[in-house]
Design a protein. Structure first.
Length: 116
C-alpha cells in the first residue's frame, strides 16, 4: 500500500492526525506514518482514553488483516514495536484486553531485534 493511501486511510479514522501524516517529511514514508500513529496510540494510553485506544487497535488490526507483505511487516516492526506497551504490567494488560486477536498475536510474537 502506498504511503499516501495509508495516510489518507488513517486520516479518515483520525482527522487529528492529518497534519502530521501529510507533513513533507512523513507523507512519503510508511514507517514514519506508522510511527505517528503509534505515538497517537501511546497518548491515548497515557490519557486513559480506552475508547480511543480500542479504536486505534481496531484500525491497526483491520490494516494488518488486509495488508500486503510490506504493510504487514511495517505494522509489526514499526507500529507495534513503537507502542512500548511491553515494558509494564499495565501495558500488557491493555494489549491483552483491548487488542483484537490478530493484532495481539502479532504483538505477542517474538521479533528479532533489528539493531546490531
Amino acid at each position: 500500500m502506498p504511503p499516501l493511501e495509508t495516510a489518507d486511510l488513517l486520516t479518515v479514522e483520525f482527522p487529528e492526525l492529518s497534519e502530521a501524516l501529510h507533513a513533507p517529511q512523513t507523507s512519503t514514508s510508511l514507517y514514519r506514518q506508522l510511527g505517528c500513529f503509534a505515538e497517537f496510540t501511546r497518548q491515548a494510553v497515557a490519557r486513559g482514553e480506552l475508547d480511543l485506544l480500542r479504536h486505534c487497535f481496531a484500525v491497526a488490526d483491520g490494516r494488518l488483516r488486509r495488508a500486503d507483505h510490506s504493510l504487514a511487516a511495517a505494522i509489526e516492526t514499526m507500529y507495534l514495536h513503537c507502542l512500548h506497551l511491553d515494558g509494564s504490567t499495565h501495558g500488557n494488560q491493555l494489549a491483552r484486553q483491548l487488542m483484537p486477536v490478530g493484532l495481539y498475536q502479532a504483538y505477542a510474537r517474538p521479533h528479532a531485534n533489528m539493531l546490531p
